[in-house]
Design a protein around this ligand. Sequence first.
Ligand code: T5A
Length: 215
Amino acid sequence: MSTQKAQFITLEGVEGAGKSTQKEALCRLLDANGIAYIETREPGGTPYAESIRALLLSHADDAPSAKTELLLMFAARAQHLETKILPALQSGIWVVCDRFTDATYAYQGGGRQLPVDWIETLETLVQGAQRPDLTLIFDVPVEIGLARAGRRGALDRIESEDIAFFERVRAMYQQIASRNIDRVVTLDASADVDTVTETMIAFLMKRWNLSCHPG
Ligand code: T5A
């Protein structure tokens, strides 16, 4: 059982980087070490925020403008943070979240090229000083990630953007990593699943001083 404060962990990367796959391995590590946690995701994570997710990802005839998309991401985040993430952390439960505000910097800032200071303003409004304790960025060449995502089935509205969009997303994640070296760790996600998992587990066991490998 860990005695450190409940950790807020986020997983990030371009489409098909393997976040969801590696989130399961991370959760097995927490299980093996008797750490209480919740798994969640953005956009979404609560019934209300999942409704906003459906709006954001569906192929509607009147697609949201970039500014509407940005505001909806933060609307969903406000609900998610206030009703799920913060209550969990305050009661000592770790939070493992598939995407968070770095995705807004990468997709709406990098991909859509909205001004970064708009995102900073909304981040402060919605989160105050709350930031993840640890962010894992799964870095993979865009073509590899999109090919993996495509094998999974039909692409949603954002996944249907062009290669240049995702190259800007990836570049923004790389900038985020270089500017937040205490919080952000980049893992090479172009290797096979087991290799990525083993690298991640070794890093996390050391970082959190855990003794039980998930096996
Ligand atoms: N978004 C989100 C914004 O624009 N702004 C925001 O603020 C936020 C929060 C939804 C979308 O919303 C956007 C970004 C997204 O476009 P999402 O639900 O996280 O975000 O959706 P995706 O990123 O599309 O999630 P994916 O499921 O596509 O990607 P994952 O989770 O990175 O990949 P995963 O694990 O599902 O793997 C995909 C496939 O690849 C295989 C898996 O088995 C699976 O089939 N795979 C591998 N294959 C070979 N080698 C490996 N190492 C592999 N790892 C996984």
